[in-house]
Design a protein around this ligand. Sequence first.
Ligand code: NAI
Length: 340
Amino acid sequence: SRVLRPVATVAFQNGAKNFSTSPEMQFKVMVAGASGGIGQPLSLLLKMNPLVSNLALYDIAPVTPGVAADLSHMDFPAKVLGYKGPEELPNAIAGSHVVVIPAGVPRKPGMTRDDLFNVNASIVRDLAQCIAVHAPKAIICIITNPVNSMVPIASEVMKKNGVYDPNRILGVTTLDVVRSCTFIGAINGIDPRSVSIPVIGGHSGVTIIPLLSQCKPAVQLQEQGKIEALTKRIQEAGTEVVKAKAGGGSATLSMAWSGAKFTNSVLRGLKGDDNVVECAYMKSDLTEASYFANPVQFGKNGVAKNLGYGKLNAYEEKLLNAALPELKKNIAKGVEFVSK
Ligand code: NAI
C-alpha cells in the first residue's frame, strides 16, 4: 500500500528547524556519481532526509568538493562531505549503511540502455569491489544503466569477495513505478500519489511490465487497445525524455526523486519501520530469470521479504514471456563480464 509520504513533503511540512537529530536512528548514505545530472538533485533530496546523518558525495568530476560545499550550506542536520577520485573512494564508502550508485554515462537519442554496457559495467564493477572491502554490509542501490546487467555485476563481485548477500544488492526501478502512477493519475483524474501499481520484470523496454490489472484504484480504461498503448508508453517513457532532451542526457530530475524515494524506504526498513514496500530488481527464483523486479518489503538487513507479483492476466502473461529472454540475456552479459 502507498502509506509512504514523500520525504521532501515531510521535510517541508515539518520545517527544517523542527528536526530532532538525536532520538531518531540515523544513517550514513554514500552517493557514487554525486556530481552528475541525477547525482546532484538526488544528493539535495537526501540532504533533506531526516534519517540521513552523514552524506558522502563521491564522483570523479573535479566539481565534487564544490557540490558538497554547496549542499552543506542547506539548513538541514545531515553532514555533507565530498570525495573526488578513486584514492578518496575508500573513505567515502567506509561506514556507509547505504550506497546509491548513479555513476556512469546516460543515453543519447537512438541509444538503448544496453548500448551503455561497455562503459558502465567497469564503473559499477570497480565501485562494488571497493564496497566489498570497505562496507560489505552496505545496502547497494544501483541506478546506473543497464540496471538489468549492473545488479548481476555487483552481485558477482560480492561473491568473489565472499561477502554476497542478495538482500543487499538492489536495482532501482522506482522511476517506472513513479511514471506509471503519474500517467494513471492523469487518466483517472486523481492525485498520482494515491495510485499504487506494481511494475515487474526489469528496467528496459520490453522488460518493464506494469501490472495495470493490479492497479489501485483501477485504471479507468476499458478497451484493450488503450491498455496496450499505456503499457507501451510506460515502457518507452525514458526514451520520451531522451528525445526531448535532444542529446542532453536522459531523465535526471524524476530519477533523482525516484532514487530519493527508494533510498528513504531502504532507510525506513533499516530503522525498523513495518510494511515498507517498494518494487526492486534483485536476485530471484520467481521466474526463469535469475534477477527480477517486483514488490519487496524492506527490513533491518535490506530486503526482508519478496512479496512476489500475484496473478497476471493473459496480456500480462504475454508481456512476461516477451520480457524473460531479454532479461536472461542482460543477466548473462553481466555475469560473464565479471567472470572474464
Ligand atoms: P551524468 O553523466 O549526468 O552523471 C554521471 C556522473 O557519474 C558524472 O558526474 C560522472 O563524473 C560520474 N562518474 C563517471 N564515472 C564515475 C566513476 N568511475 N566513479 C564515480 N562517478 C563516476 O549521467 P546521469 O544522467 O546522472 O545518469 C547516470 C546513470 O543513471 C546513467 O547510466 C543513466 O543511464 C542511469 N539512469 C538510470 C535510471 C533508472 O531508472 N535506473 C533513469 C535515468 C538514468
